[in-house]
Design a protein around this ligand. Structure first.
Ligand SMILES: *Cc1c(COP(=O)(O)O)cnc(C)c1O
Length: 501
């Protein structure tokens, strides 16, 4: 199996090239040329496997230039009971009330308490092996611009991984107190964290500039290094996410919640469209899915797109209590457009050109029809998000984070509008303790303490839920990184950080 670029079908690369390179030269994203197909009998065979067994089978089918040992080694190193707080890295909590059957797929039991760990714990293994296969013995330098969750998950994934260095840039005033503390206390010999005096866009633009600066690239090459990317345009981040949809389905069958072959719905709180796209790939491989429910916060560009066929990023940007979904350009939508258009690379390239020049594009009737066939979009503002957190806690004794609550709220809207009660898998994407302030104020009427860790303690005392160990440990952790730099000093900071200036 090889991979194509969404903007140029003539570009064909191997799986390891796609992962090592991250993004195609002309800006397209790599997509598999064909998908492995699983019959109901094939899914039956996955029932008796554990998460890791399922991951080995599914990922192996996408990575023909990896040996079975390499896949096995990567999966076993990534999804340990120690890192994920138990033998199942993605456990399910069921909420069944009335005719609602919700399976909350908890993807946040990893080291950084957000779903990004599901991919970023294994990506370093896939990436270092891919670099070895394609570019011999160079050291991979991972640069990340983050608005919070990705940076920490990437740091934790790449920490002390041989043959890699990682440097994360975050906006000095643009992340939550907990996220800042998570990054500032990061352990590892090959990591560095820099706060930049600017916003997230400045950080991202700065990183992109460094990636494409030929003088810097040459300097790296002279020192046997190369840049690589850990953000969600890399196929190596999407692939591990396909696994948990199959695995959740198997668990539901094993527990008698559904029968093998039954259809499910899938509802995902969405930002960059990576997580929900992984479930769409799963369906195209044979997972029985009826509908994909795409949940957004007030940055509802995707809701409008699914309803109208016009993607228009020219709108107000809201800073919300679900910050990991505060995004107006959902990069992975490009992959969906490629598949829904019948793999029309020219059409995708023209949509993307129009998005960058006009800030908008409109798809044709055919794409719009298949978009509507598979997807339903809805959104939820901050007040309704907090109301949902409160209702879920009081009525179901389930404590959800802000992102998960957006999904539950939008799912309820979907059922009210359509009457479709198909059992649903809802992606639960972060621990409520990562967003303690918003969650605590949703479940109490009292005044909030001002200190982040006092809020964390109070949330635990009030709800009787456990503070995840990785977050509890931050309270007394040593701060290692307090370095701040100006936006125009980023390139110099990278070079001196690598010791090659
Ligand atoms: C990144 C993130 C999302 C959005 O996921 P996408 O794959 O970008 O759509 C949702 N919730 C949380 C907690 C996240 O960290």
């Amino acid at each position: 199996m090889n991979y194509n670029s969404t903007r140029n079908k003539n570009r064909v690369v191997s799986a390891s090239q796609a992962i090592a390179q991250g993004i195609s030269e002309e800006g397209g994203l790599f997509v598999p040329q064909e998908l492995p197909r699983y019959s109901v009998d094939d899914i039956r065979e996955l029932l008796s496997a554990d998460y890791r067994g399922r991951a080995k089978k599914i990922m192996g089918d996408f990575l023909p230039d990896f040996s079975a040992e390499e896949i096995s080694e990567s999966v076993d190193a990534a999804y340990t009971a120690e890192k994920f707080g138990g033998s199942d890295p993605a456990p399910i909590s069921y909420i069944e009330s009335g005719d609602r059957k919700m399976a909350l797929l908890e993807l946040w039991h990893g080291p950084t308490c957000a779903f990004k760990d599901m991919a970023l714990q294994i990506l370093p293994h896939l990436l270092t092996k891919s670099v070895k296969k394609t570019c011999s013995d160079k050291e991979a330098v991972i640069l990340v611009a983050t608005s919070g969750d990705t940076g920490k998950a990437a740091l934790e994934g790449f920490r002390d991984v041989d043959g890699t260095k990682i440097m994360v840039f975050y906006p000095v005033d643009g992340v939550s107190p907990m996220q800042k503390r998570q990054m500032a206390t990061q352990k590892g010999e090959n990591v560095s964290v820099v706060a930049i005096k600017g916003n997230f866009d400045d950080a991202q633009t700065g990183v992109k500039k460094i990636f494409t600066d030929n003088a810097i690239k040459e300097k790296l090459a002279e020192n046997d290094m190369l840049f690589s990317s850990a953000n969600s345009i890399n196929w190596g981040r999407l692939l591990p996410q396909i696994v948990y949809y199959f695995s959740a389905y198997c668990e539901m069958v094993n527990e008698g919640r559904i029968a093998l072959g039954d259809k499910i719905n899938v509802c995902v709180p969405t930002g960059n469209f990576g997580n929900i796209l992984a479930s769409f790939y799963a369906m195209n491989m044979g997972l029985p899915v009826n509908k994909f429910i795409c949940a957004s916060n007030s940055n509802n560009v995707l809701t409008d797109f699914i309803k109208t066929g016009t993607y228009d990023k020219k709108r107000h940007f809201y800073t919300t209590i679900s910050p990991s979904m505060d995004i107006l350009v959902s990069s992975n939508l490009e992959r969906l457009l490629y598949h829904l258009s019948g793999e029309d690379d020219k059409k995708v390239a023209s949509f993307m050109a129009s998005l960058s020049s006009e800030g908008a594009y409109t798809v044709d009737e055919e794409i719009k029809a298949s978009l509507e066939k598979y997807f339903w979009g809805g959104y939820c503002n901050d007040a309704d998000t907090q109301k949902t957190i409160g209702d879920l806690y009081r009525n179901e004794n389930y404590l959800a984070d802000t992102h998960t609550a957006v999904a539950v709220n939008v799912y309820e809207q979907y059922v009210s509008e359509t009457g479709d009660n198909t059992p649903v898998v809802i992606a639960s994407t972060a621990s409520p303790y990562k967003f303690a302030k918003a969650v605590l104020s949703a479940v109490t009427d009292g005044e909030l303490p001002s200190d982040e860790f006092a809020m964390v303690d109070e949330l635990s005392a009030k709800t009787g839920t456990e503070i995840p160990a990785p977050l509890a440990g931050l309270k007394n952790a040593q701060e290692r990184f307090s370095f701040e730099c100006a936006v125009d000093e980023m390139a110099q900071t990278v070079l001196s950080g690598l010791g090659i200036n």
